[in-house]
Design a protein around this ligand. Sequence first.
Ligand code: 3H9
Length: 699
Amino acid sequence: MSEVVRYEVEDGIAVITIDNPPVNALGAGVSEGVVAGADRAAADPAVQAVVLIGAGRSFIAGADIRRFGTKRETPTRRSYDALEASPKPVVAAIHGFALGGGLENALCCTWRIAVPEARIGLPEVLIGIIPGGGGTQRLPRVAGVKAALEMITSGRHVPAPEAKFLGIIDELVETGDLRAAAIAFARSIAGKGLRRVGEIPPPAAEAGLFEAQRKVIARKARGQPAPFAAIAAVEAATRLPLAEGLAEERRLFAELENSPEARALRYAFFAEREVAKLPHLPKDTPTPEIRRVAVVGAGTMGGGIAMSLADAGIPVKLMDASPEGLTRGLQKIRDNYAVSVKRGSLTQAEMDRRLPLIEPVEGYDAIADCDAVIEAVFEQLPAKQEVFRGLDAVMKPGALLFTNTSALDIDQIAAATGRPEAVAGTHFFAPANVMKLFEVVEGAKTAPATLLAAMKLGRAIGKVSAYAGTCDGFVANRSRIPFGLEQNLMVEEGARPEQIDRVMTAFGYPMGPFAVNDLSGLDVNYMTRKRRAAADPNYRKWPVADRLVEMGRKGQKTGAGWYRYEPGDRTPHPDPIVDQIAREVAAELGIEQRSFTDEEILHRLLFASVNEACRILAEGKALRASDIDVMWLNGFGFPRYRGGLMFWADGIGAREIYNQIAAWHQRYGARWAPAPLLREIAEAGGSLREAKAPQLRNG
Ligand code: 3H9
């Protein structure tokens, strides 16, 4: 047959097995192998029915995403057509994932059975396209238009029991051996006729459904054509015969495959897989298991961290220096879960399962046997060092000691222990139980095994783990700081917060940066700025922001910050007082105020960060430019359909960015000095998104 598809006949049942590790994507030879298998089964009079199954950990994860956007031959027959045309019943036996083209192949089979843990879905919109193997036409025919529309526009992975309820799966297989169950099932339905999904007449949609869905999408999927195309394709299924609906689907698919959004989203998909890899570490490094975790500090961060562990089913011991702090922290956790239950995003049963996983304890002795500790106390070095001295005294040998700092020196924290190799940073982003980014920070003495264990822990709690070397701000915040600085300085120069916010929301951010500052509280970084100013005589202060804080304008929580707010309402209203403060600061600093174009605002903010990202990479603090992109996507709300900071920058071109930065260097001085790596890439006509740290370039 083919190297990736096997064909066997067992007692009158043909079994076509796809074996294309790791996830049985429909790569080279797979579709051809399925077609050949279906033909062989059709031609063999001894075969009564066919089973289509996946080897390894999945049924089929979909088309091979790496092949999109490349020239490839259109096969004369696709597996979808061959399966649907089979004169004998075909049973799709699903475990792991049946996604995209995987589910579409299954929908061309006459029956679908699955293990309860399996997940199915059409996630194509998440990579900027729509299903292209008939999913938009066949899913509405089995699941109804409403359910199909929801699945296709969200890309959600649907658990098998729900898929059974929706009519997509015919039977759940509770016994362990799916292959044997599928063969038995095939035998039971052999000779009892065919029930092809494609022969079901076009399904009807309730009035107004498509319009309503377009409105839902308009809010969520700004700037993205794929969800709208998905709605159009499903709409076609309700009014066209199958063949015409399939042609319409193919036309829409072809329009999207090479769209800028699809290219950016494909890049983001692979960047998020690459970020998990630390190829500079020795290959045989063991990864210690972390089963029980302690969290020290029951404040907002510590509570959020404890919740993210409990959410993933990991038992947590929560401790705090003060009994009142612990009680308050636990109450806050309870309240947070209760709010989720009230909103309907969590069931009461799930809350009742998670809460007991968080066990309040007193004193270090109570956590001594945990595999790892995450310290989340006040962001001050002496406080953290004291905790680490306490941990060092009691923790069992081999326990891993993580600090949730956002800016302090990991090495100084590690130095408070006799086991710096076991210490690493695990930087959560607020709110810790919501934000996906999990920065793993390597200190000078951190052992590779400690790093790998931290990376794995992040993934186990559903986060995106990303490596950072230790330096002020680590990678994510350090690359974001110049953006924040320019945002503030442009206000001194005459740009208004509302213009900057409008430019960035039009770019695709869910909120403008000033509105975000007001939401998180302007006082949050006030102390960090003071600390940096004290340490560095050249530190460029943010006088407008500082004055707002000093006036008590700390953002939404005080009813005013960069904007003013009406009581009980989060709508930001521009406030002339802010313009006045900006004018005063400008006058004091001798800055002449002027107007800004939208493009200048966008470029000032993002080029500043591209330049810093190049320095970070050259210093080896981030491994790959794409890691920085992953951080911006998961930590700062950078629009995913633009790929990430460095992917976006490549769209403009390193040379143009370098020239502009060099011009701003002349105009604004040292902070705009072009990074040598940027210059190198610009001169070589190279790609920013492919830039790597020296430790990866040399090895
Ligand atoms: C489609 O089907 C279009 C159709 O309508 C037909 C059109 C004609 N392609 O994520 P993991 C690689 S569009 C290529 O770490 P997990 C991945 O890069 C497709 N490669 O595992 C990684 O490689 P490496 C619709 C793929 O267990 C390795 O497999 N389908 C693909 O955490 C392991 O992946 C999707 O969008 C692929 N389709 O999660 C599903 N999938 O080891 C995309 C995976 O070298 N995939 N790889 O880094 C996923 O969502 C997850 O991979 C999955 C497994 C949930 C399946």
